[in-house]
Ligand binder design. Structure first.
Ligand SMILES: [Zn+2]
Length: 77
């Protein structure tokens, strides 16, 4: 009786363990990104308002958000 009870509950415990590991891994990756400054809010060099680096231009004033480093690398090729 006891062995059957244990066998029936092992798969659920494994699933719960995987779930905890997956959530923990996600949290760790997010914390690492924040700590390394990867998710730091981007601000426009022209109007200094927060904007997203996903757009090539500022949503507020239309200034180019492409960094000088990337344009310099592009011109060397
Ligand atoms: Zn702007």
């Amino acid at each position: 009786m006891f062995e059957a009870f244990v066998l029936a509950h092992i798969p659920r415990d494994i699933l719960e363990g995987l779930f905890v590991v997956a959530i923990g891994g996600m949290l760790v990756s997010v914390i690492r990104k924040v700590a390394s400054g990867e998710m730091k809010a981007n601000s426009c060099p022209q109007c200094h308002r927060p904007t997203s680096s996903a757009y090539p231009f500022c949503r507020h004033c239309g200034a180019s958000l492409v960094s000088s480093d990337s344009s310099r690398n592009r011109s060397t090729r």
